[in-house]
Design a protein around this ligand. Sequence first.
Ligand SMILES: NC(=O)C1=CN([C@@H]2O[C@H](COP(=O)(O)OP(=O)(O)OC[C@H]3O[C@@H](n4cnc5c(N)ncnc54)[C@H](O)[C@@H]3O)[C@@H](O)[C@H]2O)[C@@H](O)CC1
Ligand SMILES: Nc1ncnc2c1ncn2[C@@H]1O[C@H](COP(=O)(O)OP(=O)(O)O)[C@@H](O)[C@H]1O
Ligand SMILES: [K+]
Length: 500
Amino acid sequence: MKILNIDQIHALDQYTIQHEPIAPINLMERAAQAFVNWYGVRFSSNRPVKVFCGLGNNGGDGMAIARLLIQLDYQVEVYVVRYAPRESDDFAHNHRRLKLLTAPIYIEQPHDIPALRHHEIVIDAILGSGLSRPTEGIIKEVIQGINRSPATVIAVDIASGLYADQPNQAEDIIIEPDYTVTFQLPKLGLLLPKNERFVGEWHIVNVQLHQRFIDQAPTSYYYTMPEEARLLIRKRNRHANKGTFGHALLLAGSYGKVGAAVLAAKACLRSGVGLLTVQTPLCGYSVIQTAVPEAMCLPDTHPYVLTGHTEVDNLPPNNYAAIGIGPGIGKAPETLAMLRDILTTIRKPMVIDADALNLLAANRDLLGLLPERSILTPHPKEFERLTQRWQNDYDKLEILQDFARRFRIVVVLKGAHTAIATPEGDIHFNSTGNPGLSTGGTGDVLTGVLTALLAQGYDPVEAAVLGVFSHGLAGDHAADARGQIGMVASDVIDSLRWEN
Ligand SMILES: NC(=O)C1=CN([C@@H]2O[C@H](COP(=O)(O)OP(=O)(O)OC[C@H]3O[C@@H](n4cnc5c(N)ncnc54)[C@H](O)[C@@H]3O)[C@@H](O)[C@H]2O)[C@@H](O)CC1
Ligand SMILES: Nc1ncnc2c1ncn2[C@@H]1O[C@H](COP(=O)(O)OP(=O)(O)O)[C@@H](O)[C@H]1O
Ligand SMILES: [K+]
Protein backbone atom coordinates (compact mmCIF):
# COMPACT_ATOMS: atom_id res chain seq x y z
CA MET A 1 0.00 0.00 0.00
CA LYS A 2 1.31 3.43 -0.89
CA ILE A 3 2.13 6.07 1.70
CA LEU A 4 1.43 9.53 0.29
CA ASN A 5 2.50 12.91 1.62
CA ILE A 6 0.02 15.47 2.88
CA ASP A 7 -0.04 17.54 -0.32
CA GLN A 8 -0.87 14.35 -2.21
CA ILE A 9 -3.56 13.41 0.31
CA HIS A 10 -5.20 16.80 -0.07
CA ALA A 11 -4.99 16.42 -3.85
CA LEU A 12 -6.50 12.94 -3.50
CA ASP A 13 -9.45 14.38 -1.55
CA GLN A 14 -9.98 16.97 -4.29
CA TYR A 15 -9.63 14.37 -7.04
CA THR A 16 -12.22 12.16 -5.35
CA ILE A 17 -14.58 15.12 -4.97
CA GLN A 18 -14.28 15.96 -8.67
CA HIS A 19 -14.09 12.53 -10.26
CA GLU A 20 -16.30 10.27 -8.19
CA PRO A 21 -17.92 12.83 -8.00
CA ILE A 22 -18.97 13.48 -4.41
CA ALA A 23 -19.80 16.67 -2.53
CA PRO A 24 -17.10 17.55 0.06
CA ILE A 25 -19.65 17.40 2.85
CA ASN A 26 -20.62 13.87 1.83
CA LEU A 27 -17.00 12.81 1.77
CA MET A 28 -16.67 14.11 5.30
CA GLU A 29 -19.80 12.18 6.24
CA ARG A 30 -18.24 9.02 4.81
CA ALA A 31 -15.08 9.59 6.85
CA ALA A 32 -17.12 10.17 10.00
CA GLN A 33 -19.20 7.06 9.33
CA ALA A 34 -16.04 4.98 8.84
CA PHE A 35 -14.72 6.24 12.18
CA VAL A 36 -18.02 5.49 13.92
CA ASN A 37 -18.11 1.96 12.45
CA TRP A 38 -14.64 1.38 13.88
CA TYR A 39 -15.65 2.89 17.20
CA GLY A 40 -18.94 1.03 17.52
CA VAL A 41 -17.40 -2.43 17.57
CA ARG A 42 -14.90 -1.49 20.29
CA PHE A 43 -16.56 0.84 22.78
CA SER A 44 -19.92 0.39 24.42
CA SER A 45 -22.43 3.18 24.78
CA ASN A 46 -22.08 3.25 28.57
CA ARG A 47 -18.75 5.06 28.26
CA PRO A 48 -19.37 8.81 28.01
CA VAL A 49 -17.72 10.46 25.00
CA LYS A 50 -16.24 13.96 24.86
CA VAL A 51 -15.46 15.11 21.33
CA PHE A 52 -12.98 18.00 21.04
CA CYS A 53 -13.25 19.81 17.71
CA GLY A 54 -11.06 22.38 16.03
CA LEU A 55 -12.38 24.69 13.33
CA GLY A 56 -11.03 23.01 10.18
CA ASN A 57 -12.09 19.82 8.45
CA ASN A 58 -10.70 17.65 11.22
CA GLY A 59 -13.09 19.52 13.53
CA GLY A 60 -15.80 18.99 10.90
CA ASP A 61 -15.16 15.25 11.12
CA GLY A 62 -15.47 15.53 14.91
CA MET A 63 -18.85 17.30 14.61
CA ALA A 64 -20.16 14.65 12.22
CA ILE A 65 -18.81 11.83 14.41
CA ALA A 66 -20.53 13.37 17.45
CA ARG A 67 -23.84 13.57 15.59
CA LEU A 68 -23.63 9.97 14.39
CA LEU A 69 -22.76 8.75 17.89
CA ILE A 70 -25.67 10.69 19.42
CA GLN A 71 -27.96 9.05 16.89
CA LEU A 72 -26.65 5.69 18.12
CA ASP A 73 -27.53 6.65 21.71
CA TYR A 74 -24.01 7.28 22.94
CA GLN A 75 -23.74 9.97 25.64
CA VAL A 76 -21.79 12.67 23.83
CA GLU A 77 -20.57 16.12 24.80
CA VAL A 78 -19.02 18.29 22.14
CA TYR A 79 -16.35 20.91 22.82
CA VAL A 80 -15.26 23.42 20.21
CA VAL A 81 -11.81 24.89 20.71
CA ARG A 82 -12.32 28.46 19.52
CA TYR A 83 -8.78 29.44 18.71
CA ALA A 84 -9.45 31.58 15.62
CA PRO A 85 -12.31 33.49 13.99
CA ARG A 86 -12.25 31.38 10.81
CA GLU A 87 -14.02 28.06 10.28
CA SER A 88 -13.93 25.73 7.28
CA ASP A 89 -17.17 25.50 5.27
CA ASP A 90 -17.67 21.84 6.08
CA PHE A 91 -17.02 22.47 9.77
CA ALA A 92 -19.65 25.23 9.70
CA HIS A 93 -22.14 22.94 7.96
CA ASN A 94 -21.67 20.12 10.45
CA HIS A 95 -21.72 22.59 13.34
CA ARG A 96 -25.18 23.77 12.24
CA ARG A 97 -26.43 20.19 11.91
CA LEU A 98 -25.07 19.23 15.32
CA LYS A 99 -26.73 22.20 17.03
CA LEU A 100 -30.10 20.72 16.07
CA LEU A 101 -29.27 17.78 18.37
CA THR A 102 -27.14 19.20 21.17
CA ALA A 103 -25.49 22.41 22.32
CA PRO A 104 -21.73 22.39 21.86
CA ILE A 105 -19.59 23.91 24.61
CA TYR A 106 -17.06 26.52 23.51
CA ILE A 107 -13.54 26.60 24.92
CA GLU A 108 -11.89 30.00 24.73
CA GLN A 109 -10.11 30.20 28.11
CA PRO A 110 -8.29 27.55 30.15
CA HIS A 111 -11.11 27.51 32.73
CA ASP A 112 -13.49 26.31 29.98
CA ILE A 113 -11.56 23.04 29.72
CA PRO A 114 -13.62 20.23 31.30
CA ALA A 115 -12.34 17.69 33.81
CA LEU A 116 -11.88 14.27 32.23
CA ARG A 117 -12.41 11.02 34.04
CA HIS A 118 -11.01 7.56 33.72
CA HIS A 119 -13.94 5.81 32.09
CA GLU A 120 -14.54 8.59 29.57
CA ILE A 121 -13.48 8.55 25.95
CA VAL A 122 -11.93 11.63 24.38
CA ILE A 123 -12.18 11.95 20.61
CA ASP A 124 -9.46 14.30 19.41
CA ALA A 125 -10.64 16.19 16.32
CA ILE A 126 -8.83 19.46 17.02
CA LEU A 127 -6.27 19.45 14.24
CA GLY A 128 -5.63 16.90 11.51
CA SER A 129 -3.48 16.78 8.45
CA GLY A 130 -3.82 20.54 7.95
CA LEU A 131 -1.38 21.25 10.79
CA SER A 132 0.94 24.00 9.59
CA ARG A 133 2.63 25.28 12.73
CA PRO A 134 3.22 24.22 16.33
CA THR A 135 0.20 24.31 18.63
CA GLU A 136 -0.04 27.28 20.94
CA GLY A 137 -2.49 29.27 23.10
CA ILE A 138 -5.76 27.63 23.97
CA ILE A 139 -5.15 24.62 21.67
CA LYS A 140 -1.98 23.88 23.55
CA GLU A 141 -3.79 24.18 26.91
CA VAL A 142 -6.52 21.80 25.78
CA ILE A 143 -3.99 19.26 24.51
CA GLN A 144 -2.09 19.42 27.79
CA GLY A 145 -5.35 18.94 29.72
CA ILE A 146 -6.24 15.87 27.64
CA ASN A 147 -2.73 14.43 27.98
CA ARG A 148 -2.83 14.83 31.77
CA SER A 149 -6.21 13.11 32.04
CA PRO A 150 -6.78 9.39 32.64
CA ALA A 151 -9.41 9.20 29.86
CA THR A 152 -8.97 6.95 26.82
CA VAL A 153 -8.01 9.15 23.88
CA ILE A 154 -8.71 8.43 20.21
CA ALA A 155 -7.21 10.69 17.55
CA VAL A 156 -9.21 11.29 14.40
CA ASP A 157 -6.90 10.86 11.38
CA ILE A 158 -3.78 11.95 13.29
CA ALA A 159 -3.03 13.26 16.78
CA SER A 160 -3.52 17.03 17.00
CA GLY A 161 -0.14 18.70 16.77
CA LEU A 162 1.66 15.80 15.05
CA TYR A 163 2.98 16.41 11.54
CA ALA A 164 2.11 13.61 9.17
CA ASP A 165 5.18 13.88 6.97
CA GLN A 166 7.79 16.10 8.59
CA PRO A 167 9.61 16.26 11.91
CA ASN A 168 8.16 17.90 15.01
CA GLN A 169 10.35 19.73 17.50
CA ALA A 170 10.97 18.18 20.91
CA GLU A 171 9.05 21.00 22.64
CA ASP A 172 5.89 20.68 20.49
CA ILE A 173 2.71 19.97 22.40
CA ILE A 174 0.93 17.04 20.78
CA ILE A 175 -1.95 14.78 21.75
CA GLU A 176 -0.78 11.43 23.18
CA PRO A 177 -3.58 9.12 22.10
CA ASP A 178 -4.29 5.53 22.97
CA TYR A 179 -5.52 5.03 19.40
CA THR A 180 -5.21 6.78 16.07
CA VAL A 181 -7.86 6.06 13.47
CA THR A 182 -6.46 7.31 10.20
CA PHE A 183 -8.28 7.73 6.92
CA GLN A 184 -7.55 5.51 3.92
CA LEU A 185 -3.74 5.52 3.83
CA PRO A 186 -1.04 5.28 6.48
CA LYS A 187 0.92 8.47 7.09
CA LEU A 188 4.69 8.37 7.35
CA GLY A 189 4.60 10.05 10.75
CA LEU A 190 2.59 7.14 12.20
CA LEU A 191 5.43 4.69 11.50
CA LEU A 192 8.41 6.43 13.04
CA PRO A 193 9.85 5.32 16.39
CA LYS A 194 10.17 8.78 17.96
CA ASN A 195 6.45 9.40 17.34
CA GLU A 196 5.30 6.31 19.23
CA ARG A 197 3.82 8.38 22.09
CA PHE A 198 1.80 10.48 19.63
CA VAL A 199 0.31 7.54 17.74
CA GLY A 200 -0.72 4.75 20.12
CA GLU A 201 -2.31 1.74 18.47
CA TRP A 202 -3.25 2.83 14.99
CA HIS A 203 -5.84 1.63 12.53
CA ILE A 204 -6.71 2.52 8.98
CA VAL A 205 -10.35 2.99 7.97
CA ASN A 206 -11.36 3.04 4.33
CA VAL A 207 -13.16 6.12 3.04
CA GLN A 208 -13.05 5.05 -0.61
CA LEU A 209 -10.85 7.83 -1.90
CA HIS A 210 -10.28 7.53 -5.64
CA GLN A 211 -8.13 4.49 -6.49
CA ARG A 212 -7.02 5.88 -9.86
CA PHE A 213 -5.32 8.81 -8.17
CA ILE A 214 -3.63 6.51 -5.66
CA ASP A 215 -2.43 4.18 -8.43
CA GLN A 216 -0.87 7.05 -10.34
CA ALA A 217 0.60 9.01 -7.43
CA PRO A 218 4.40 8.89 -7.30
CA THR A 219 5.89 7.86 -3.97
CA SER A 220 8.97 6.22 -2.50
CA TYR A 221 7.15 4.91 0.57
CA TYR A 222 5.09 1.76 0.91
CA TYR A 223 3.45 -0.14 3.75
CA THR A 224 3.27 -3.93 3.35
CA MET A 225 -0.29 -5.19 3.69
CA PRO A 226 -0.93 -8.90 4.41
CA GLU A 227 -2.55 -9.54 1.04
CA GLU A 228 0.43 -7.96 -0.75
CA ALA A 229 2.92 -10.09 1.15
CA ARG A 230 0.94 -13.27 0.63
CA LEU A 231 0.86 -12.68 -3.13
CA LEU A 232 4.65 -12.90 -3.18
CA ILE A 233 4.69 -16.47 -1.85
CA ARG A 234 5.41 -18.90 -4.66
CA LYS A 235 3.44 -22.10 -4.96
CA ARG A 236 5.40 -25.34 -5.26
CA ASN A 237 5.09 -27.29 -8.51
CA ARG A 238 3.83 -30.83 -8.21
CA HIS A 239 7.08 -32.21 -9.66
CA ALA A 240 9.45 -30.01 -7.72
CA ASN A 241 12.50 -31.55 -6.04
CA LYS A 242 14.90 -30.20 -3.48
CA GLY A 243 17.19 -28.93 -6.23
CA THR A 244 14.40 -26.58 -7.25
CA PHE A 245 14.65 -24.69 -3.98
CA GLY A 246 18.34 -24.04 -3.91
CA HIS A 247 21.31 -25.00 -1.80
CA ALA A 248 22.14 -22.28 0.73
CA LEU A 249 25.32 -21.72 2.70
CA LEU A 250 25.17 -20.08 6.11
CA LEU A 251 28.39 -18.80 7.63
CA ALA A 252 27.61 -18.41 11.29
CA GLY A 253 28.77 -18.97 14.85
CA SER A 254 31.92 -18.65 16.92
CA TYR A 255 32.97 -19.96 20.32
CA GLY A 256 30.09 -19.20 22.69
CA LYS A 257 27.80 -18.08 19.85
CA VAL A 258 27.00 -21.28 18.02
CA GLY A 259 23.38 -20.82 19.06
CA ALA A 260 23.12 -18.02 16.52
CA ALA A 261 24.11 -20.51 13.80
CA VAL A 262 21.53 -23.01 15.05
CA LEU A 263 18.73 -20.43 15.01
CA ALA A 264 19.62 -19.13 11.54
CA ALA A 265 19.90 -22.69 10.21
CA LYS A 266 16.57 -23.83 11.64
CA ALA A 267 14.83 -20.73 10.31
CA CYS A 268 16.39 -21.24 6.89
CA LEU A 269 15.07 -24.80 6.75
CA ARG A 270 11.63 -23.67 7.96
CA SER A 271 11.54 -21.15 5.13
CA GLY A 272 11.69 -23.63 2.31
CA VAL A 273 15.35 -23.93 1.32
CA GLY A 274 16.11 -27.12 -0.66
CA LEU A 275 19.45 -27.91 0.97
CA LEU A 276 21.44 -26.18 3.64
CA THR A 277 25.10 -26.23 4.56
CA VAL A 278 26.27 -24.46 7.70
CA GLN A 279 29.89 -23.47 7.91
CA THR A 280 30.86 -22.98 11.52
CA PRO A 281 34.08 -23.14 13.57
CA LEU A 282 35.12 -26.60 14.69
CA CYS A 283 33.57 -26.03 18.11
CA GLY A 284 30.17 -25.81 16.42
CA TYR A 285 30.35 -29.01 14.44
CA SER A 286 28.63 -31.43 16.84
CA VAL A 287 26.20 -28.76 17.89
CA ILE A 288 24.93 -28.21 14.36
CA GLN A 289 24.89 -31.92 13.57
CA THR A 290 22.83 -32.61 16.68
CA ALA A 291 20.57 -29.59 16.88
CA VAL A 292 19.84 -29.31 13.14
CA PRO A 293 20.08 -32.79 11.62
CA GLU A 294 18.49 -31.56 8.37
CA ALA A 295 21.52 -29.36 7.68
CA MET A 296 24.96 -30.39 6.46
CA CYS A 297 27.85 -28.99 8.43
CA LEU A 298 31.13 -27.75 7.04
CA PRO A 299 33.55 -27.44 9.93
CA ASP A 300 36.08 -24.64 9.68
CA THR A 301 39.67 -25.69 10.51
CA HIS A 302 39.77 -23.08 13.28
CA PRO A 303 38.43 -24.28 16.64
CA TYR A 304 36.80 -21.00 17.67
CA VAL A 305 36.23 -18.58 14.78
CA LEU A 306 35.43 -18.70 11.09
CA THR A 307 38.38 -18.39 8.74
CA GLY A 308 36.85 -19.88 5.59
CA HIS A 309 39.38 -22.73 5.61
CA THR A 310 38.11 -26.27 5.74
CA GLU A 311 39.62 -29.70 5.20
CA VAL A 312 36.38 -31.18 4.00
CA ASP A 313 35.40 -31.33 0.32
CA ASN A 314 32.88 -28.65 -0.44
CA LEU A 315 31.25 -26.63 -3.20
CA PRO A 316 32.99 -23.53 -4.49
CA PRO A 317 31.17 -20.59 -2.82
CA ASN A 318 29.78 -19.35 -6.13
CA ASN A 319 27.98 -22.66 -6.64
CA TYR A 320 25.64 -22.09 -3.71
CA ALA A 321 22.29 -20.60 -4.64
CA ALA A 322 22.64 -18.08 -1.80
CA ILE A 323 24.96 -17.24 1.06
CA GLY A 324 24.06 -15.73 4.43
CA ILE A 325 26.82 -14.50 6.69
CA GLY A 326 27.01 -12.91 10.09
CA PRO A 327 25.05 -14.45 12.98
CA GLY A 328 27.41 -14.92 15.90
CA ILE A 329 30.61 -14.76 13.82
CA GLY A 330 32.51 -12.23 15.99
CA LYS A 331 35.10 -9.82 14.66
CA ALA A 332 38.34 -11.82 14.65
CA PRO A 333 40.95 -10.76 12.05
CA GLU A 334 40.70 -14.21 10.42
CA THR A 335 36.96 -13.73 10.04
CA LEU A 336 37.51 -10.31 8.50
CA ALA A 337 39.93 -11.89 6.01
CA MET A 338 37.29 -14.52 5.18
CA LEU A 339 34.63 -11.84 4.66
CA ARG A 340 36.96 -9.90 2.35
CA ASP A 341 37.64 -13.06 0.40
CA ILE A 342 33.96 -13.91 0.02
CA LEU A 343 33.04 -10.40 -1.07
CA THR A 344 35.71 -10.47 -3.76
CA THR A 345 34.64 -13.90 -4.99
CA ILE A 346 30.85 -13.90 -4.81
CA ARG A 347 28.93 -12.23 -7.57
CA LYS A 348 25.36 -12.93 -6.50
CA PRO A 349 23.24 -11.22 -3.83
CA MET A 350 24.02 -12.36 -0.29
CA VAL A 351 22.50 -11.77 3.16
CA ILE A 352 24.82 -9.86 5.50
CA ASP A 353 23.98 -9.50 9.19
CA ALA A 354 25.27 -8.84 12.69
CA ASP A 355 29.07 -8.92 13.09
CA ALA A 356 29.55 -9.09 9.33
CA LEU A 357 27.95 -5.62 9.34
CA ASN A 358 30.21 -4.44 12.14
CA LEU A 359 33.21 -5.68 10.15
CA LEU A 360 31.95 -3.69 7.14
CA ALA A 361 31.53 -0.61 9.32
CA ALA A 362 35.11 -0.90 10.60
CA ASN A 363 36.52 -1.62 7.12
CA ARG A 364 34.56 0.66 4.86
CA ASP A 365 36.47 -0.26 1.70
CA LEU A 366 34.55 -3.55 1.83
CA LEU A 367 31.29 -1.71 1.15
CA GLY A 368 32.40 -1.21 -2.44
CA LEU A 369 32.77 -4.98 -2.85
CA LEU A 370 29.19 -5.83 -1.89
CA PRO A 371 27.48 -7.85 -4.61
CA GLU A 372 24.70 -5.76 -6.15
CA ARG A 373 21.26 -6.27 -4.55
CA SER A 374 22.71 -7.97 -1.47
CA ILE A 375 20.51 -7.70 1.63
CA LEU A 376 22.01 -6.05 4.72
CA THR A 377 20.01 -6.41 7.95
CA PRO A 378 21.26 -3.87 10.51
CA HIS A 379 19.45 -2.92 13.70
CA PRO A 380 19.61 0.85 14.32
CA LYS A 381 22.94 0.70 16.20
CA GLU A 382 24.59 -1.34 13.46
CA PHE A 383 23.13 1.03 10.88
CA GLU A 384 24.55 4.03 12.68
CA ARG A 385 28.00 2.38 12.68
CA LEU A 386 27.66 1.84 8.92
CA THR A 387 26.54 5.39 8.23
CA GLN A 388 26.29 8.34 10.62
CA ARG A 389 24.21 9.74 13.47
CA TRP A 390 20.87 11.17 12.43
CA GLN A 391 19.03 14.26 13.66
CA ASN A 392 15.56 12.72 13.58
CA ASP A 393 13.63 9.84 12.07
CA TYR A 394 13.07 11.64 8.75
CA ASP A 395 16.78 12.31 8.48
CA LYS A 396 17.41 8.63 9.22
CA LEU A 397 15.13 7.61 6.33
CA GLU A 398 17.07 9.85 3.96
CA ILE A 399 20.38 8.40 5.10
CA LEU A 400 18.87 4.94 4.61
CA GLN A 401 17.69 5.71 1.09
CA ASP A 402 21.03 7.24 0.10
CA PHE A 403 22.99 4.32 1.50
CA ALA A 404 20.90 1.70 -0.34
CA ARG A 405 21.06 3.68 -3.59
CA ARG A 406 24.76 4.38 -3.37
CA PHE A 407 25.83 0.77 -2.87
CA ARG A 408 22.97 -0.71 -4.96
CA ILE A 409 21.87 -2.90 -2.05
CA VAL A 410 18.74 -3.73 -0.08
CA VAL A 411 18.94 -2.47 3.50
CA VAL A 412 16.59 -3.92 6.11
CA LEU A 413 16.67 -1.44 8.97
CA LYS A 414 15.13 -3.48 11.79
CA GLY A 415 12.72 -2.14 14.38
CA ALA A 416 9.02 -1.93 15.18
CA HIS A 417 8.16 -1.01 11.57
CA THR A 418 11.24 -2.46 9.89
CA ALA A 419 12.12 -0.21 6.93
CA ILE A 420 13.39 -1.94 3.81
CA ALA A 421 15.28 0.37 1.45
CA THR A 422 15.78 -0.74 -2.14
CA PRO A 423 18.60 0.12 -4.56
CA GLU A 424 15.99 2.15 -6.48
CA GLY A 425 15.42 4.39 -3.44
CA ASP A 426 12.04 3.08 -2.28
CA ILE A 427 11.25 2.22 1.33
CA HIS A 428 8.84 -0.53 2.37
CA PHE A 429 7.64 -0.41 5.97
CA ASN A 430 6.64 -3.67 7.56
CA SER A 431 3.25 -4.11 9.22
CA THR A 432 3.82 -7.20 11.38
CA GLY A 433 5.78 -7.88 14.58
CA ASN A 434 5.58 -6.86 18.20
CA PRO A 435 7.90 -5.98 21.10
CA GLY A 436 8.09 -9.68 21.99
CA LEU A 437 10.61 -9.87 19.14
CA SER A 438 13.00 -7.75 21.19
CA THR A 439 14.79 -10.83 22.46
CA GLY A 440 18.16 -12.32 21.58
CA GLY A 441 18.27 -14.42 18.44
CA THR A 442 15.28 -13.10 16.50
CA GLY A 443 17.67 -11.26 14.17
CA ASP A 444 19.50 -14.54 13.49
CA VAL A 445 16.15 -16.09 12.62
CA LEU A 446 15.55 -13.32 10.08
CA THR A 447 18.92 -13.98 8.45
CA GLY A 448 17.99 -17.64 8.01
CA VAL A 449 14.62 -16.70 6.53
CA LEU A 450 16.11 -14.25 4.03
CA THR A 451 18.88 -16.63 2.98
CA ALA A 452 16.28 -19.32 2.27
CA LEU A 453 14.22 -16.97 0.10
CA LEU A 454 17.27 -15.88 -1.92
CA ALA A 455 18.24 -19.54 -2.40
CA GLN A 456 14.76 -20.21 -3.79
CA GLY A 457 15.30 -17.52 -6.41
CA TYR A 458 13.21 -14.70 -4.98
CA ASP A 459 14.32 -11.27 -6.13
CA PRO A 460 16.15 -9.62 -3.19
CA VAL A 461 13.57 -6.85 -2.71
CA GLU A 462 10.72 -9.38 -2.75
CA ALA A 463 12.71 -11.65 -0.44
CA ALA A 464 13.21 -8.78 2.01
CA VAL A 465 9.59 -7.60 1.95
CA LEU A 466 8.17 -11.11 2.24
CA GLY A 467 10.81 -12.38 4.69
CA VAL A 468 10.46 -9.46 7.07
CA PHE A 469 6.66 -9.68 6.90
CA SER A 470 6.61 -13.45 7.58
CA HIS A 471 9.17 -13.15 10.37
CA GLY A 472 7.05 -10.45 12.05
CA LEU A 473 3.89 -12.51 11.55
CA ALA A 474 5.60 -15.53 13.11
CA GLY A 475 6.51 -13.20 15.98
CA ASP A 476 2.83 -12.28 16.31
CA HIS A 477 1.78 -15.95 16.35
CA ALA A 478 4.50 -16.70 18.91
CA ALA A 479 3.19 -13.84 21.07
CA ASP A 480 -0.35 -15.27 20.80
CA ALA A 481 0.90 -18.63 22.01
CA ARG A 482 3.48 -17.61 24.62
CA GLY A 483 2.86 -13.92 25.31
CA GLN A 484 5.25 -11.14 24.36
CA ILE A 485 7.25 -11.54 27.53
CA GLY A 486 7.65 -15.30 27.47
CA MET A 487 8.34 -15.83 23.77
CA VAL A 488 11.85 -16.58 22.53
CA ALA A 489 13.50 -16.75 19.11
CA SER A 490 12.87 -20.53 18.82
CA ASP A 491 9.13 -19.87 19.15
CA VAL A 492 9.39 -17.53 16.18
CA ILE A 493 10.97 -20.31 14.10
CA ASP A 494 8.24 -22.75 15.16
CA SER A 495 5.59 -20.22 14.15
CA LEU A 496 6.86 -19.60 10.61
CA ARG A 497 4.20 -20.47 8.03
CA TRP A 498 4.19 -19.84 4.31
CA GLU A 499 0.65 -19.82 2.99
CA ASN A 500 -0.78 -17.72 0.20
N1 LIG B 1 -10.51 17.18 2.64
C1 LIG B 1 -11.42 16.22 2.70
O1 LIG B 1 -12.22 16.07 1.85
C2 LIG B 1 -11.42 15.33 3.85
C3 LIG B 1 -10.76 15.73 4.97
N2 LIG B 1 -10.86 15.05 6.08
C4 LIG B 1 -10.38 15.62 7.34
O2 LIG B 1 -9.82 16.87 7.15
C5 LIG B 1 -8.60 16.99 7.85
C6 LIG B 1 -7.78 18.02 7.23
O3 LIG B 1 -8.55 19.21 7.27
P1 LIG B 1 -7.96 20.66 7.13
O4 LIG B 1 -7.11 20.71 5.94
O5 LIG B 1 -9.08 21.59 7.27
O6 LIG B 1 -6.98 20.75 8.35
P2 LIG B 1 -7.13 20.76 9.94
O7 LIG B 1 -8.51 20.46 10.35
O8 LIG B 1 -6.03 19.92 10.43
O9 LIG B 1 -6.72 22.27 10.29
C7 LIG B 1 -7.47 23.31 9.83
C8 LIG B 1 -6.97 24.71 10.07
O10 LIG B 1 -6.13 24.88 11.18
C9 LIG B 1 -5.07 25.75 10.84
N3 LIG B 1 -3.92 25.36 11.62
C10 LIG B 1 -2.91 24.54 11.26
N4 LIG B 1 -2.05 24.40 12.28
C11 LIG B 1 -2.55 25.12 13.30
C12 LIG B 1 -2.11 25.35 14.63
N5 LIG B 1 -0.99 24.80 15.11
N6 LIG B 1 -2.83 26.16 15.41
C13 LIG B 1 -3.96 26.71 14.95
N7 LIG B 1 -4.43 26.52 13.71
C14 LIG B 1 -3.73 25.74 12.90
C15 LIG B 1 -4.87 25.59 9.37
O11 LIG B 1 -4.34 26.77 8.83
C16 LIG B 1 -6.26 25.28 8.88
O12 LIG B 1 -6.94 26.47 8.58
C17 LIG B 1 -8.05 15.60 7.84
O13 LIG B 1 -7.12 15.37 8.87
C18 LIG B 1 -9.30 14.79 8.00
O14 LIG B 1 -9.62 14.68 9.36
C19 LIG B 1 -11.80 13.96 6.15
O15 LIG B 1 -13.03 14.53 6.41
C20 LIG B 1 -11.85 13.19 4.86
C21 LIG B 1 -12.18 14.08 3.75
N1 LIG C 1 9.38 -3.58 19.25
C1 LIG C 1 9.48 -4.38 18.18
N2 LIG C 1 8.43 -4.54 17.36
C2 LIG C 1 8.54 -5.34 16.27
N3 LIG C 1 9.66 -6.01 15.92
C3 LIG C 1 10.73 -5.87 16.71
C4 LIG C 1 10.70 -5.06 17.87
N4 LIG C 1 11.93 -5.15 18.45
C5 LIG C 1 12.67 -5.96 17.68
N5 LIG C 1 11.97 -6.40 16.63
C6 LIG C 1 12.46 -7.30 15.57
O1 LIG C 1 13.27 -8.31 16.15
C7 LIG C 1 14.45 -8.55 15.39
C8 LIG C 1 15.67 -8.23 16.28
O2 LIG C 1 16.85 -8.33 15.56
P1 LIG C 1 18.27 -8.02 16.21
O3 LIG C 1 18.23 -6.70 16.90
O4 LIG C 1 19.29 -8.22 15.15
O5 LIG C 1 18.37 -9.16 17.31
P2 LIG C 1 19.47 -10.28 17.61
O6 LIG C 1 20.77 -9.75 17.12
O7 LIG C 1 19.43 -10.42 19.08
O8 LIG C 1 19.04 -11.49 16.89
C9 LIG C 1 14.33 -7.67 14.16
O9 LIG C 1 13.73 -8.39 13.11
C10 LIG C 1 13.39 -6.55 14.63
O10 LIG C 1 12.68 -5.95 13.58
K1 LIG D 1 -6.88 14.98 15.35
